[in-house]
Ligand binder design. Structure first.
Ligand SMILES: Cc1ncc(COP(=O)(O)O)c(C=O)c1O
Length: 429
């Protein structure tokens, strides 16, 4: 009799996986809080929050109940010409917590589509305003998703290699890290000034570049970059797909900035990790550029499951929990523990780079090239899985982005396992 695992191998093609030599995918039967339970009832702490989505713990009874209640009322309805209460309530709530310049919410269904929507909105904004601005600027090392527009504004690397000739050109700019802040800012100002009449927008992951390896850069410098864009009327897009909903210690990473971006992309933590949903928000001025008696100025973009009521209700429930659960206290205490861990350990392992902000803790392992395909990733993954921890390294960067319900004991278990791993690496040398 074939097992679920056998059937999985027979029928399914997994994401980001070389299926030729993939080890059997672990069959998860149920999940609760930070724990995932497999077929044999082995448990794993979900230290990566299932690709950075989970905020309040898995199968949270409140979110589950709200989804079930919504499903029995209205599971889905076309969003062209129709609307529903969960989408309206969610839009109103998001606009309250986003910077005040955000005035309209456009729904889609994942992070990449939220980015596609933002890029298309900005490009068409200029077209509708009869200006030929078609260039986009983005950070080197950025990651904005896997659809063609999102890939185009992302770094050229192993993810995009097969499609390189098909992606549109982007003006890539240096990230303002501490060591190169002045040069990066000067370079940015020069590029923007030279291209100002053609630049439509600048897209960035605010303060933390997730897929690049949880690299953290200066909020102050980003603020200055947005100010430069504002000076030349270049639209700015904050891709908060990873950083949103408390990950960096504030609700949005853009809350560290004085200058508010013109558009926001949200997904991942938006539904607390329960269901897929994407949101792109924008200013009144962007929205107004599409208002016309000329129908060709319409924003011709939409996805079939746009604003699915179950997903919107999950997002509303997640926001309820954010308020009811003192999430910021939990985030603060996780952040304090991360800082303590870093200060206790970075001198013990000076060859590796430790970084932390909010609930994100990352360690760039010094072992060959910093690269997604660095073989240390497989070694680390197996090491942690064998010890009941789901950690999905980004190449030679191991990191944790846990749900906010994680306990001090669970965090210490992860920290101790990280130390064990780093010690083993040292002994292997
Ligand atoms: C900053 C950022 N933008 C966009 C995306 C794409 O999101 P999705 O995987 O939901 O398409 C990701 C995914 O990791 C991301 O980190």
């Amino acid at each position: 009799m074939s097992t679920l695992s056998d059937k999985d191998k027979n029928f399914i093609w997994h994401p980001y996986t070389q299926m030729k030599d993939a080890t059997a995918a672990i069959v998860i039967r149920k999940a609760e809080g930070v724990y995932l339970f497999d077929e044999n009832n082995e448990s794993y702490i979900d230290a990566c929050g299932s690709w950075w989505t989970n905020l309040h713990g898995h199968s949270h009874p409140y979110i589950t109940k709200k989804i079930a209640e919504q499903a029995s009322r209205l599971e889905h309805v076309i969003f062209g010409g129709f609307t529903h209460e969960p989408a309206i309530r969610l839009a109103e709530r998001l606009l309250k917590i986003l910077p005040a310049n955000q005035q309209k919410v456009f729904y889609s269904d994942n992070g990449s589509t939220a980015v596609e929507v933002a890029i298309k909105m900005c490009l068409q904004y200029w077209q509708n305003n009869n200006q030929n601005r078609t260039k986009i600027s983005a950070f080197k090392n950025s990651y904005h998703g896997d659809t063609f527009g999102a890939m185009s504004v992302s770094a050229r690397n192993v993810f995009t290699k097969a499609f390189e000739n098909l992606l549109f050109d982007v003006i890539s700019v240096d990230v303002p890290f501490l060591f190169n802040e002045t040069e990066a800012l000067n370079g940015f100002e020069k590029i923007v000034t030279e291209n100002k009449s053609e630049l439509a927008c600048f897209i960035f992951e605010p303060i933390v570049q997730g897929v690049a390896g949880m690299t953290i850069y200066s909020a102050d410098a980003l603020d200055k970059m947005i100010a430069i864009c504002n000076k030349h009327n270049i639209l700015t897009i904050a891709d908060e797909v990873m950083t949103g909903f408390g990950r960096t210690g504030k609700f949005f990473a853009s809350d560290y900035l004085r200058n508010s971006p013109d558009a926001f992309c949200l997904s991942k933590g938006l539904t607390g990790g329960a269901l897929p949903l994407g949101v792109t928000t924008c200013t009144q001025s962007i929205y107004d550029a599409f208002l016309s008696s000329d129908k060709t100025k319409t924003f011709f973009h939409g996805h079939t499951y746009t604003a699915n009521p179950l997903c919107c209700e999950a997002a509303n429930a997640s926001l309820d929990l954010f308020e009811a659960n003192n999430s910021f206290e939990k985030i603060k205490s996780i952040s304090n523990l991360h800082h303590e861990f870093v200060s206790n350990n970075q001198d013990k392992f000076p060859i590796h780079k430790f970084r932390t902000i909010g609930v994100i803790l990352a360690i760039e392992i010094s072992a060959g090239e910093t690269h997604y395909l660095n073989s240390i990733a497989d070694k680390a993954y197996s090491f942690f899985i064998e010890r009941g921890i789901l950690m999905r390294p980004l190449g030679n960067v191991i990191y944790i982005v846990p749900p906010y319900c994680i306990t001090i004991e669970q965090l210490h278990l992860i920290y101790n396992t990280i130390v064990e791993f780093l010690n083993q690496l040292q002994n292997d040398v």
